[in-house]
Design a binder for this molecule. Structure first.
Ligand code: P5A
Ligand code: ZN
Length: 478
């Protein structure tokens, strides 16, 4: 390795935290040097990943949601209306108190989330059955004065890419079905990022402030902690009562509407980077890679025919919709490999005079390092199927890894032993005290109750010993 490359090498992924921070900088995702705690800057390359990720989200939502945009500032009186909601957020809100030097009559909150910005308008928009279901979403920045350790993309004080959807329905059941639909949408979104997620219902003490219940999706990070990467909340008619959102039923009676909301942030990008990346840098699923194929011409003397062949391959790939870059810089091939590996480009295509003589090109996979020589005549088809294979392999590998790191546990000792590696699955009596005691005793709480319970199974709560037929996940969380 050249001196300059050695210096630039990442720490091993085994030291996950250092690896992650260094990778964000060297992979040109985020610059973490902005001088306000919890705020970070997107590098253009990282922002390009973000655009691809959010295009996938838009593609899924636009089938039956509409995109919109509400104001950033929320007047104090609206913000203070829903009691549970305020309790949950009051310690995290940034307030705007002045316009210039003049104190404002009504303080304005920077949205930590937009229920209290959106629902006063929903009151005006919902009149009758015909106005429902209403399904809107926005992708905006939100602000939370987080007191836990802040981390780029994971725990931000300015969430730059908060995708929040807010729906209104005529019945509680319709809203419940929408919560399930939201979890299906998120699971599909993460499948397209090659990130497997677990869906589970949060225990009551951990639900969204003001909700009837919360279902969350979590990803398992390399260090064994789970990252909550999406949540869907059934709001019942709690907010409708507060904000007076009603519709007229067949008998002419005013009925409070039922609502849901669900959200995802740039944690989605944290998850995909962390799960797929390796000691050489980013490993990006083709669907979100800003550059899907990098062409490296191997030139010894002045070899115009090599360059020409590279240009032809590039044009063919572009015509097939592939995002291609050709690196004709003066760097040595080794330095080029290093650079594009760090940026996670899924396929490297090498073409030199010897390849050209054989009418061939070399394809190198970023995820496995495997090399394969293919004919120049069908290079485009070979690349396209390789990109598909890379996505599938990344996803299967991540799924197998997740499965291997969920452990059925029967006692506290067992749980304690497995948590550094992954998630424990235990029987739980349903008592809050046992849940909280678990947190005190082993420093890991109940993550949630999975949808799929092993059939006919029962066991004992490891805290109090009582019989239970409900299994829950226990994990250390971000
Ligand atoms: C749902 C959307 C809400 O705010 N209101 C509108 C609901 N839910 S939530 O669970 O509080 O947030 C939704 C998701 O956003 C991510 N998230 C964060 N990401 C980065 N930094 C933060 N400080 C942060 N806080 C929440 C989580 O993935 C969460 O599930
Ligand atoms: Zn118990």
């Amino acid at each position: 390795m050249a001196e300059q490359e050695k210096e630039a090498a990442l720490p091993s992924k085994k030291n996950f935290s250092e690896w992650y921070n260094d990778l964000l900088q060297k992979g040109e995702v985020m610059d973490v040097r902005y001088p306000v705690k919890g705020l970070y800057v997107w590098f253009p390359f990282g922002f390009n990943i973000r655009r691809n990720v959010y295009d996938i989200m838009r593609g899924l939502l636009d089938k039956d949601h509409q995109e919109t945009m509400f104001p950033l500032l929320i007047p104090e009186n609206e913000f203070m209306k829903e009691a549970e909601h305020i309790k949950g957020f009051e310690d995290e809100v940034y307030w705007v108190t002045h316009g210039g030097t003049t104190p404002l009559d009504v303080k304005l909150a920077l949205r930590p989330t937009s229920e209290t910005a959106i629902y006063p308008m929903y009151k005006l928009w919902i009149r009758s059955h015909a106005d429902m279901p209403l399904k809107l979403y926005q992708i905006v920045n939100t602000f939370r004065y987080e007191t836990k350790h802040t981390r780029p993309l994971i725990r931000l004080r300015e969430i730059t890419s908060f995708k929040e959807a807010h729906t209104v329905h005529a019945t509680w059941e319709d809203a419940a079905a929408q919560v399930d639909e939201a979890i299906r949408i998120y699971t599909e979104f993460y499948r397209q990022l090659a990130v497997p997620v677990l869906a589970s219902r949060r225990p009551d003490w951990d639900k969204f402030p003001g909700a009837d219940y919360t279902i969350a999706t979590d990803a398992l990070m390399p260090d064994g902690k789970t990252l909550q990467v999406g949540t869907a909340h059934h709001l019942g008619d709690n907010f409708a009562r507060t904000f007076d959102i009603t519709y007229e039923d067949a008998e002419g009676e005013q009925i409070y509407a039922f609502q849901t909301c669900y959200g995802v942030s740039e944690r989605s990008i944290a998850a995909l980077i962390s799960i797929h990346g390796d000691d050489k840098g980013l490993v990006l699923p083709p669907a979100v890679a800003p550059v899907q194929v990098v062409i490296i011409p191997i030139i010894f003397k002045k070899s115009d025919d090599v360059l020409e062949a590279c240009e032809t391959v590039k044009a063919d790939l572009e015509a097939a919709g592939v995002r291609v870059k050709m690196d004709t810089s003066d760097n040595r091939p080794g330095a080029k490999y290093y650079k594009w590996e760090m940026r996670g480009v899924p396929v490297r295509l090498e073409l030199g005079p010897r390849d050209l003589k054989k009418n061939a090109v070399m394809l190198v996979r970023r995820d496995t390092g495997e090399k394969e020589q293919v004919s120049l005549d069908n290079a485009t088809d070979e690349v396209l199927s390789l990109l598909d294979a890379i996505h599938d392999d990344l996803y299967s590998k991540a799924r197998a890894d997740l499965k291997e790191r969920i452990f059925e546990c029967e006692n506290l000792e067992d749980i304690r032993e497995k948590l550094p590696v992954g998630i424990a699955k235990i029987f739980w009596c349903g008592n809050k005290d046992c849940g909280l005691k678990l947190e005190d005793d082993i420093g890991a709480g109940i993550l949630g109750i999975p949808d799929e319970q092993s059939e006919g199974c029962s066991g004992k709560c490891p805290v109090c010993g009582s019989d239970s037929s409900t299994q829950v996940y226990v994990a250390r969380t971000y």
